[in-house]
Design a protein around this ligand. Structure first.
Ligand SMILES: [Zn+2]
Length: 209
């Protein structure tokens, strides 16, 4: 089975969220989510885990409208050599394509959407989410280095956007999401080019010899 088929299989499964409410243990930020919302979040975590299994960045994004998926995404930066292809940007593009294919109004759909993502959106993605008018964002762990929902910058505090701030729930099953990232980055990722800083450090060491 190709990875595309696996993604399609997961995507199809997403159309039928289970209603096994008794399996859900409510605690922490989860309290503010409905059971259906938490089910969608768990499906997003499943997709991130599948990415990890495939040795890809374990971040996943799912965008839900009228209780069905209208966009989903994973980090495609390495695959496309395009640093803007974060999971949220890929998912937003798919929502736009879905609207085009279905003859739906993008801004109307976005205002009814909830975006689920396993890590706090970076500044670029959070800004794009706000520009698009997405109603609500539910995320897993915080993004201490690049977070655009409060960790580094909070785009919701800005008044320059066309749409009001989005509703935001974070830290849902955060530890699980952090562990996936740690696991991924603890093993050498052959797709990540050596950083300029690392190269500079190496050159400095050479110079000092
Ligand atoms: Zn991003």
């Amino acid at each position: 089975m190709t990875s595309e088929n696996v993604a399609t299989e997961i995507f199809n499964e997403f159309q039928l969220p289970s209603t096994s409410e008794d399996k859900i243990k409510i605690s922490g930020p989860r309290d503010s989510l409905s059971e259906t919302e938490y089910e969608w979040f768990r499906k997003t975590v499943d997709l991130a885990a599948a990415n990890l299994e495939a040795n890809e960045v374990p971040v996943a994004c799912v965008i839900v409208y009228n209780n069905s998926i209208v966009g989903h995404g994973k980090n495609e930066v390495n695959a496309t050599k395009n640093p803007t292809r974060h999971a949220e940007m890929c998912a937003l593009d798919r929502v736009m394509q879905h609207c085009k294919d279905s003859g739906l109004q993008v801004d109307k759909v976005m205002r009814g959407c909830t975006l689920y993502v396993t890590m706090e959106p970076c500044v670029m993605c959070a800004s794009a989410v706000r520009h698009m008018g997405v109603a609500k964002v539910v995320c897993g762990c915080l993004n201490d280095r690049f977070g655009g929902c409060g960790s580094v910058v909070d785009v919701n505090q800005d008044t320059c956007y066309a749409y009001p701030s989005f509703e935001y729930v974070c830290n849902v099953d955060a530890e699980e999401c952090v562990q996936m990232m740690k696991k991924f980055y603890s093993t050498a990722n052959p797709n990540v080019p050596e950083s300029k800083c690392a190269k500079r450090r190496k050159n400095q060491k050479v110079d000092q010899k």
